[in-house]
Design a protein around this ligand. Structure first.
Ligand SMILES: [Zn+2]
Length: 332
């Protein structure tokens, strides 16, 4: 494993640990950043490279393009997007620019979600980030000590550079879309792109390398409390059960370190128990405000520690409250 320190050409917060997961398969694990970056999987095939997911901005994808040169001289032929969220596809444009002819691949559902929701959200960011910048400036002016000033000042610069990037974004939509499954049979590797049901979004794509026993999950499985704002909490566990039927030993997740199979069980039991707890409380006629503390109290003893690895960056309690809200809206 090598580490960190590589910044985008214009500076920024895109830092990655490149970790070997199998022969010719690497994970670029993103460090926590002010504007979150997803992980990337780098899969070598006989005549090129497949990249899975492209982060929240082009400068972050450019860091990966630079790091790639340390790994292989092969060109990127395929870029897969696991879902339509900004932090997984805003860097797409970098690949066809750096590697003419590179195809961007996802399933039909996700491509449609990019068209209907993703493009609009880019404009939302362009509109909303100035307010975020104004708040950071006000907080900075009122900051009580040097430590807080330094942190707010760094966040402010990152927000400003993100605004410049998102304003100039040239969204590169997928050039290939598949229905349920797409399989690549190369001389040296088999790659399955699968849709296993709804979970984090309506179109989650899993990338499965059966011979290498590696699966890439996007945000259907991550290292911290899941974001469910566009998700299907009551279908999530069943989708993960389909994932569990595959034979693999290593999981490259959308966020967080590379994990083993045991994390799938831990994460799945959190999702399942959270949904069941909300369902039970909702069935008693309790209001959302009553349900929230009861479900948190019920789940904390078993689950809070499991999600402690990123507690400073994405606290479990903040995540679970948002999860309860989404689930309550869907099951009550
Ligand atoms: Zn994500």
């Amino acid at each position: 494993m090598d580490c960190c320190g590589h910044e985008g050409p214009g500076g920024g917060d895109a830092r990655f640990d490149v970790v070997k997961v199998a022969d010719g398969v690497h994970a670029a694990v993103a460090s926590p950043a002010y504007k979150v970056n997803c992980n990337t999987a780098i899969i070598e095939i006989d005549d090129g490279v497949m990249i899975v997911d492209t982060h929240s901005k082009p400068s972050a994808a450019r860091v990966i393009v630079e790091r790639l040169r340390d790994l292989t001289p092969k060109p990127v032929r395929y870029v897969v997007n696991t879902h339509f969220h900004w932090d997984h596809w805003h860097g797409n444009e970098v690949y066809p620019a750096a590697y003419p002819g590179a195809d961007i691949v996802t399933n039909q559902i996700t491509r449609e979600a990019m068209l209907k929701k993703g493009l609009k959200r880019i404009q939302d960011h362009v509109r909303q980030v100035p307010a975020e910048i104004a708040t950071l400036k006000a907080d900075l002016a009122a900051a009580p000590n040097a430590t807080q000033r330094a942190k707010l000042d760094a966040d402010l610069r990152l927000a400003e550079s993100y605004l410049r990037e998102v304003t100039a974004l040239k969204p590169a939509l997928p050039t290939i879309a598949f229905e349920q499954t797409m399989k690549l049979y190369r001389r040296d590797r088999e790659i399955h792109l699968l849709h296993l049901g709804r979970a984090h979004t309506e179109g989650d794509v899993f990338v499965y390398l059966p011979k290498d026993k590696v699966v890439i999950t996007g945000d259907a499985l991550i290292g911290w409390t899941p974001f469910m704002g566009d998700g299907y909490p009551d279908e999530w566990a069943a989708t993960l059960d389909r994932l569990a039927q595959l034979d693999f030993t290593h999981i490259i997740m959308g966020h967080g370190n590379v994990a083993g199979r045991e994390w799938l069980g831990t994460f799945r039991s959190y999702v399942h128990e959270m949904v069941e707890a909300v369902r039970q409380e909702a069935a008693t006629g309790a209001t959302l405000d009553e349900v929230k503390p009861r479900v948190v109290a019920k789940l904390a003893p078993r689950h809070e520690k499991a999600f402690a690895a990123y507690a400073d960056y994405r606290p479990w309690r903040t995540g679970v409250l948002a999860n309860i809200e989404r689930t309550f809206a869907m099951v009550s």
